[in-house]
Design a protein around this ligand. Structure first.
Ligand code: UDP
Length: 384
């Protein structure tokens, strides 16, 4: 996009709430900014973000606007949230677009998260254009796409599903919103909507790369104009394209950076199992206890991320009994951990970002999927 009459082009990037959505959108924003575009990443006041590390984040502007839930959101009021978000967020966005219209960099384009497909109409209402950013893998996009268009009968029958350009998927490898539709009806509905206008935008951006998923990307490309722009990992860990890009830069949780670093530095090369379930997944109490004793009895040191909300599920005395062997933290600087020479493998919930990070840094994974796309990601980690 060219500069017009002394004005610079401004792009708004709009992630959905959640660390796994914010991180890739941040990286895309930094890349756009490196092409001499003005970029504002628009979050919501209800998303409690703190700035962490990356100097490159200063190349973009962060703007928090109202979604009607300024006091905070919980998974319990998710349905109510989605309804209100859809009404209030566009109103707040209109004010921002209006304000920028009189600045040196009026908004020309909106990149929005896959969970907000109606943003295309909102953008058009402002006289702008837009493109969706699919932050999960293309194989999972394809499964949902086939369900939406009826090529995959829903509810799914049979134990194995065959879809174009993909290995046969066992029932348990389907995303949990498909294999267990009753448990998350509103999520399933929202996912189906993601494909309601998929043929309209000029581009569909995907956080994947051709070498990883060429067959499925090429087969989906005949349905919509896919541009693969991943993996969206901070540059220092990948191609060093952006000089100061040494971390994502925004976090919902405060990482225990020094604690993790000092502890890992004290361990031998390849001696530590890193364990994390990401920002949302919760282990059942029994699963948590099994994990705890499994780690205790293993022959490895372990660094285990247990979010504060999960802490009470740890067995009594576990921390005391394993203090020689393990470190439990509420949040880690995950990329720094994965890049550390002491880390031998990653026991992961298979969130797409975690998977891309492990692949990019060459850390072997042990898959422990919990829900949503993690089950499909696990299948591909194991077999593909
Ligand atoms: N992450 C982190 N510290 C942690 C756990 C996770 O920085 O202790 C980051 C991780 O690097 C990844 C993101 O949080 O970029 C989680 O995204 P993912 O898609 O893996 O899982 P989600 O949280 O969406 O389930």
């Amino acid at each position: 996009m060219e500069e017009e009459r002394g004005k610079e082009t401004q792009i708004l990037t709009i992630p959905f709430r959640g660390q796994g959505h914010i991180n890739p959108m941040l990286q895309l924003s930094k890349l756009l900014a490196s092409k001499r575009l003005k970029v504002t990443l628009v979050t919501t006041i209800s998303t409690p973000l703190t700035t962490q590390g990356s100097a490159e984040t200063t190349s973009i502007k962060i703007e928090a606007i109202s979604d009607g839930f300024d006091a905070g959101v919980t998974l319990q009021n998710y349905d109510e949230y989605i309804e209100r978000f859809r009404v209030v967020f566009p109103q707040s966005l209109a004010k921002l677009v209006e304000k920028l219209a009189y600045s040196a960099s009026p908004v020309k384009f909106i990149v929005y998260d896959l969970h907000i497909p109606w943003m295309l109409d909102v953008a058009r209402g402002f006289g702008l254009d837009g493109a969706p950013f699919f932050t999960r893998c293309s194989a999972v996009n394809a499964v949902y796409y086939h369900v939406h268009h009826g090529a995959l009968e829903f509810p799914v029958k049979g134990s194995v599903v065959s879809l174009p350009s993909m290995p046969p998927l066992g029932f348990d490898h389907l995303p949990s919103f498909i294999s267990e539709p009753g448990s998350y009806p509103s999520f399933l509905n929202s996912i189906s909507n993601q494909f309601s206008n998929i043929h309209e935008p000029k581009w569909t951006l995907c956080n994947t790369f051709l070498e990883l998923e060429d067959e499925v990307v090429n087969s989906m490309a005949s349905e919509c104009p896919i541009k693969t722009i991943g993996p969206t990992i901070p540059s220092i860990y990948l191609d060093k394209r952006l000089q100061n890009d040494n971390g994502y830069g925004l976090s919902l949780f405060k990482p225990k950076t020094e604690t993790c670093k000092t502890w890992l530095d004290s361990k031998e090369i390849n001696s530590v199992v890193y364990v994390s379930s990401g920002s949302l997944a919760t282990l059942g109490e029994e699963q948590m206890v099994e994990m705890a004793w499994g780690l205790k009895r293993s022959n490895f040191f372990f660094l285990w991320v247990v979010r504060e909300s999960e802490f009470e599920k740890l067995p009594k005395n576990f921390l005391e009994e394993t203090s020689e062997k393990g470190l439990v933290v509420s949040w880690s600087p995950q990329l720094e951990v994965l890049a550390h020479k002491s880390v031998r493998c990653f026991l992961t919930h298979c969130g797409w970002n975690s998977k891309l990070e492990a692949l990019s840094l060459g850390v072997p994974m042990v898959a422990m999927p919990q829900w949503t796309d993690q089950t499909t990601n696990a299948k591909f980690i194991e077999d593909v």
